[in-house]
Design a protein around this ligand. Structure first.
Ligand SMILES: [Zn+2]
Length: 242
């Protein structure tokens, strides 16, 4: 058996072994890699965090997958040189490991791959993060409805986003006590984030203020709906201030 994917987490186990979590086209897969924490191990390079690698397995003896060969396809070295990029990657990894189930994660695999490329190429970091975050919410079953009003299905006069109600709200259904009318640019951005295909991650970039506002909303929403408390969020905020 073999597959390729993005290394999300390498957890040391015993002396030189590690438990590895990899995001692949079929979801998050976990396996034991023996001896990989010793420097001279031939598979070590394929198991650096966020590396894109191919893994080959020998038939396990009832103990799950056991790594035979790991080949590094691409590493994202530029991203390791700056704290803000690393913080963004760590938030992406955290969202993948904790925001969606192992099988649901298959839907965000193409987004993670393209987000890695985007970040490595220097594309706007916060835009990349909120696109990915929206797709994680979607894969987890909490994507916002951005095609029509969540109350009446109308596609006209959309004036707000209601997180508790799960999406767009039209003028007639706006509850002025609990909802804030939003401007059309904000509504367009929210729509874009949930509709964009994985190949178009780099199509547009939004301003820092726009991204930070939405990132904060997503963080609150993920906390309310998924019980997620994201360490990478604070780290990212701290690192981009400098
Ligand atoms: Zn409505």
């Amino acid at each position: 058996m073999e597959f390729e994917g993005i290394v999300l987490r390498v957890t040391p186990f015993k002396e030189k072994d590690a438990m590895v979590n990899v995001l692949t086209a079929t979801g998050v897969l976990s396996f034991m890699a023996r001896g990989v924490l010793s420097i001279e191990n031939k598979n070590a390079a394929s198991l650096t965090q966020y590396a894109f690698s191919r893994f080959e397995f020998s038939e396990g003896k009832g103990t799950g997958l056991s790594l035979k060969n790991g080949t590094l396809i691409k590493s994202y070295e530029e991203s390791f040189k700056s704290l803000d990029r690393l913080a963004a990657l760590s938030l992406l990894g955290e969202l993948t490991l904790h925001g969606v189930g192992e099988d649901e994660a298959s839907a965000i695999y193409p987004y993670f791959k393209n987000a890695l490329e985007a970040i490595e190429s220097g594309f706007d970091l916060l835009t990349t993060v909120i696109v990915f975050f929206a797709q994680v919410l979607k894969a987890a079953g909490y994507g916002l409805e951005v095609g029509h009003c969540v109350f009446c299905d109308s596609t006209k006069d959309i004036v707000a986003v209601s997180y508790p109600d799960g999406g767009f709200v039209c003028k007639n259904d706006l509850d002025e006590e609990t909802m804030h009318p939003a401007d059309s640019r904000y509504l367009k951005i929210i729509r874009y984030l949930f509709m964009v295909g994985p190949e178009d991650v780099k199509r547009v970039a939004f301003t820092k203020e726009e991204c930070l506002g939405i990132l904060n909303e997503f963080k609150e929403y993920a906390s309310d709906q998924l019980g997620l408390s994201l360490k990478g969020h604070e780290l990212l905020l701290r690192s981009i201030k400098k």
